[in-house]
Design a protein around this ligand. Structure first.
Ligand code: KE4
Length: 428
């Protein structure tokens, strides 16, 4: 019996499902979750002492890798001055200025403690300033778990088969309209029918919660034009793509200026930080200057601010994103070539430091392409790699991530391990 199994049994006795976030539970791949006890650079170490090359990176935040010395030092220094004050601190201003320097569309922002709080706030703000109730999201899109957004959601909701969660009042879900990602006509049809009732369109500019699916050319331009035509706000949920696909996020890569942007993950450098930002005219509608309520005990926590600031400063190093993107494309190219050598239907996507792997002919551009992929094969692939010391996200519906700590040798070792698994999957 492994230490991980013992740890899981003990956790299950006191924590719902033994995990504090459902996608960690391995329900999407079968088996029991692995309990980790240490991270170092590109590697995770479990409670049984096994090492893994990590492609989850705590679900996106660790773009520098685990335990980056500059980040951990900044956290230790901040913690030594006190963990929380419940007052404004200059650390919050410093991080806000650093974010705005990278994402100039965020003239002002408000820090919160999770991506969920960020999207919840963005939605409330959009509804308040437009006086409208309806919101458009996309099937397979995941924006955390505000009630209004747990309709045909992705990530853990998709992995565990509850894309529309029980407990969300039908009266509320009725205000959530669902379109098809990468299909502008599906959005136009909703605007044709509900146009002036729609407060906002919220979209992951690169879908990362129905695995990784990039936008097709013109998709976001179309969303921008429809929102302008009907007076709805365009919300880019960049919790995952922010500082992941480019220094200025997907909005910089795409050249699209959303009305509101939500951030999380990397902005906290591994500690709990989210943010919502946009033009001052919108953001000043939030209390205390405006009437829209929003608050949080842990918002702007100075230790978390220090982690985020130390992280963002390192992203500005020359060539940072070129190397990060190269690692992701070297990985997906190597895996595709290995799968092809074994005659397996296999497709990949990669944008910046995030990627997607599918047992499907490809290309994977739409939700139904993702749902048509062979999940059983993914499960076998996941466990085969796990046994060879490679840790992928335990779900066919999650994106993967590389970090600045992943070396070319790590990528080559991963492809070599995958070659062994592909060989087994292809059979004699
Ligand atoms: P959090 O509340 O989990 O910090 O952020 C919610 C969220 C919002 N928007 C996007 C685009 C997101 O990807 C997320 C969270 N992502 C998932 C993984 N795909 C977090 C992992 C988990 O739920 O345990």
């Amino acid at each position: 019996m492994t230490a991980s199994h013992r740890a899981f049994m003990r956790a299950r006795s006191v924590i719902a499902g033994g995990v504090n976030s459902p996608v960690r539970a391995f329900k999407g791949v079968g088996g029991e979750p692995i309990f980790m006890q240490r991270g170092e650079g590109a590697y995770l170490f479990d409670v049984d002492g096994r090492r893994y090359i990590d492609y989850v990176g705590a679900w996106g935040p660790l773009v520098l890798g685990h335990a980056d010395p500059d980040v951990t030092r900044a956290v230790a220094d901040a913690a030594a001055r006190g963990l929380a004050f419940g007052t404004p601190t200059e650390a919050e201003t410093e991080l806000a200025l650093e974010v705005r320097a990278l994402m100039p569309g965020l003239e002002k922002l408000r820090f919160v403690s999770s991506g969920t709080e960020a999207t919840m706030t963005a939605l409330r703000l959009a509804r308040a300033v437009t006086g409208r109730d309806k919101v458009i999201k996309f099937e397979g899109g995941y924006h955390g778990h505000p009630d209004s957004l747990l309709v045909k959601a992705g990530s853990g909701a998709l992995t565990l088969g509850v894309p529309t969660s029980p407990g969300v009042p039908a009266a509320l879900a009725a205000h959530t309209l669902v379109a098809r990602f990468n299909d502008p006509d599906s959005v136009g049809a909703l605007f044709d029918r509900h146009g002036h009732e729609i407060a906002a369109v919220i979209v992951e500019p690169v879908a990362g919660n129905m695995n990784c699916v990039p936008p097709v050319a013109g998709f976001h331009e179309h969303l921008r034009a429809l929102c302008d035509q009907y007076g709805a706000l365009l919300i880019f949920d960049e919790v995952m793509t922010g500082f992941r696909v480019a220094p200025g996020g997907a909005q910089a890569l795409l050249g699209i200026r959303p009305d509101l942007t939500t951030l999380g993950k990397i902005i906290g450098g591994g500690l709990p930080v989210g943010a919502v930002g946009g033009p001052a005219a919108l953001m000043d509608q939030l209390l205390p200057d405006g009437p829209v309520f929003q608050a949080g005990t842990n918002s702007g926590n100075p230790v978390a601010m220090a982690a985020g600031l130390a992280t963002l400063k390192k992203l500005k190093a020359p060539g940072f994103y070129e190397t990060l993107s190269q690692r992701a494309t070297d990985l997906t190219t190597g895996l595709s070539q290995a799968a092809a050598r074994h005659g397996l239907a296999y497709a990949t996507n990669a944008v910046g430091g995030m990627f997607g792997l599918f047992f499907a002919e490809g290309p994977v551009r739409y939700y139904e392409d993702v749902m048509g992929a062979d999940v059983d094969r993914f499960r076998s692939f996941f466990h085969g790699l796990l046994g060879l010391g490679v840790y992928l996200a335990p779900s066919a519906y999650e994106a993967g991530f590389v970090s600045a700590a992943h070396t070319q040798a790590d990528i080559k070792a991963t492809v070599a391990a995958a070659e062994q698994v592909f060989s087994r999957l292809a059979g004699p």
